[in-house]
Design a protein around this ligand. Structure first.
Ligand code: PEP
Ligand code: MG
Length: 311
């Protein structure tokens, strides 16, 4: 049984009716890059680069970042990796960056907003990513995009850096994790190669419930129909623009969540390393026609509990 599972986890997640869903991993360091491949992940759907910046006195320089990205690419041996640019702020505080003290940090200068106001830091990271990109299949992703202008500025800076280091273009995508980005998804989709839905923040901002809140966090379920309807609009916009959509928040690695998301048309699920083999096995034993039907019924539900009761 063990041996069977060990062999099975390297097989692609092909449903019984022949639909392919990519199952990739969320990682934060080189050891996890190695572990994700062993777990059967088909790549990395989210590298949380903020973990390269924590527990130290100063930000990692360009060469240090380059060495880390290169080590990850070598562990991945040709499998793709989505490197998300620094997503600090909110709950992710880094003392030496002297981040502003804010009354509502989750609504403050976090993610791409922080990078655009600390351009040196952003350029250093982009230089390291582009220099590493020759060694594997690198994709770049910007977090916390709320407005088109942020994407356009970030893309302009990335392109300047790319030309400086003489790297080839790579796929560029954004996190869809703010309701305004969902509303603008048709316009955003024309400007990127892919979307990755961050269901943790999307749920927090859609329900106006702090994801760290000791009482409310439990109620902030990414399977709430309000969130699923936002995801559905995102996928429709992406399909119309012919770009692909992944998801990297917690519900991608939840059994009901994986079924509903794939049924909504999410093509790539990025999950925690321990969840990889189970989600792949679940998808292989499911039919996409059934997942689509489940997704359709989930969109018509009135509560998260009702959605969870469908399966
Ligand atoms: C998310 O918001 O869903 C996400 C994947 O990013 P993070 O949890 O790092 O904010
Ligand atoms: Mg997020």
């Amino acid at each position: 049984q063990r041996e069977l599972e060990a062999r099975e986890r390297y097989k692609p997640a092909l449903t019984v009716d022949g639909a392919r869903v990519e199952v990739v991993a969320n990682i934060s360091d080189v050891a996890e890059a190695i572990a994700s491949v062993e777990a059967g992940a088909e790549g990395v759907g989210l590298l949380r680069t903020e973990f390269l910046f924590v527990n130290r006195e100063a930000p990692p320089g360009e060469d240090e970042q380059l060495a880390i990205y290169a080590a990850m690419l070598s562990a991945l041996n040709g499998l793709p990796i989505i490197i998300r640019t620094l997503d600090v702020g909110g709950d992710k505080e880094i003392p030496y960056l002297r981040m502003p003290v804010e009354q509502n940090p989750f609504l403050g200068e976090r993610g791409i907003r922080f990078c655009l106001s600390h351009e040196d830091l952003f350029r250093t990271q982009l230089r390291a990513i582009y220099r590493a990109s020759a060694g594997g299949q690198v994709r770049i992703m910007f977090p916390m995009i709320a407005m088109i202008e942020e994407l356009e500025t970030a893309r302009r800076i990335a392109e300047e850096v790319r030309l400086e280091v003489g790297a080839a273009p790579v796929e560029i995508g954004i996190m869809i994790e703010i309701p305004s980005a969902v509303m603008m998804a048709p316009e955003l989709a024309k400007r990127v190669d892919f979307f990755s839905i961050g269901t943790n923040d999307l749920t927090q901002y859609a329900l106006a419930m702090d994801r760290m809140h000791p009482v409310l966090a439990k109620q902030a379920d990414g399977l709430h129909p309000a969130v699923l309807r936002l995801i559905d609009s995102t996928v429709r916009a992406a399909e119309a623009a012919r770009i692909w959509v992944g998801a990297c928040g917690g519900i991608a690695g939840d059994p009901v969540g994986a079924a509903v998301l794939s049924g909504l048309g999410v093509r790539e699920l990025s999950v925690s390393i321990p969840a990889v083999a189970g989600i792949k096995a679940q998808l292989r034993h499911s039919a996409m026609a059934e997942n689509r039907d489940l997704a359709r019924r989930a969109l018509a539900c009135t509560t998260a509990a009702e959605v969870r009761g469908l399966k």
